[in-house]
Design a protein around this ligand. Structure first.
Ligand code: GLP
Length: 245
């Protein structure tokens, strides 16, 4: 595990974008596993800036996203398809046909099987970007999730629904279900980049990096990945300093 400690969110975003840019330069048709949430927004902004400055070419890049809410069409402002289009895809020269996100409206079981097949047909994920849920979730793999699962439907925990409610006009609108890559899918990526900022993630980060590897903290399995890079800011490291790890 390589741990990069940064002072703030701006530095985190710059460093994460640099690692993704390096992957694209090394393998122009790479398969990037992408994430949503507030954490990667800055990273995507930096990638857009690099593209606009003529430093990056996304024309051959393929992407697969971690997850999607059930019941939201891609045109819904809180769907993850909409998020990816507005924060990244619409600002770069990627072929949208090469960007894959689970379809929140397709029949659940078939969609999961199709998505897993899709990832395999692309040749697997070269670099998977991950944020961290406050309860240690990755994608929408909530505490207790099996470490070997592939893409599957999930019922969201009330803590995740609450955490994500801030992004909806009406908290009642947050879907109770989602489709997510499983932890088995995530762990099969060639490289993983976990980005974490803010004090409210400090406990989850400590458990993820230095706690026991246990399904009660889904992100703890990342300790077993052979090519994990973690970029986190001082605030997220607060608990790790406190316990002297
Ligand atoms: C959501 C997403 C996760 C994301 C997490 C943290 O539940 N499914 O992929 O990592 O929230 O989000 P944020 O970065 O907004 O804290």
């Amino acid at each position: 595990m390589k741990v990069i400690r940064v002072s703030d969110y701006t530095e985190l975003s710059r460093k994460a974008a640099d690692l993704i840019a390096a992957e694209i330069r090394e393998k122009p048709d790479c398969v990037l596993g992408l994430a949503t949430g507030s954490t990667p927004e800055g990273t995507y902004k930096q990638l857009v800036a690099d593209y606009e400055a003529g430093k990056l070419d996304f024309s051959r890049v393929r992407t697969v996203n971690l997850d999607e809410y059930r019941g939201l069409p891609g045109s819904h402002p809180q769907s993850y398809r909409y998020f990816m289009d507005t924060h990244l895809f619409s600002h770069i020269n990627i072929n949208k046909k090469n960007t894959f996100i689970p379809d929140g409206l397709a029949p659940e079981k078939e969609e999961c099987e199709e998505y897993e097949k899709r990832i395999l047909s692309l040749g697997g994920i070269d670099l998977q970007l991950l944020g961290l849920g406050r309860n240690g979730h990755i994608g929408f793999n909530e505490p207790g999730a099996s470490f070997i699962m592939e893409t599957h439907p999930v019922k969201l925990t009330s803590s995740t629904i609450q955490a994500n409610a801030r992004l909806f006009n009406d908290p009642e609108e947050v879907p109770g279900r989602a489709v997510t890559m499983g932890i088995g899918t995530i762990m099969s990526a060639g490289k993983i980049l976990l980005i974490v900022n803010g004090e409210d993630k400090a406990e989850a980060l400590r458990k993820a990096l230095y706690g026991p590897v246990t399904p009660s903290c889904p992100a703890s399995i990342l300790q077993d990945h052979p090519a994990l890079t973690v970029i986190a800011d001082e605030e997220a490291f607060r608990e790790i300093q406190a316990c002297g790890s």
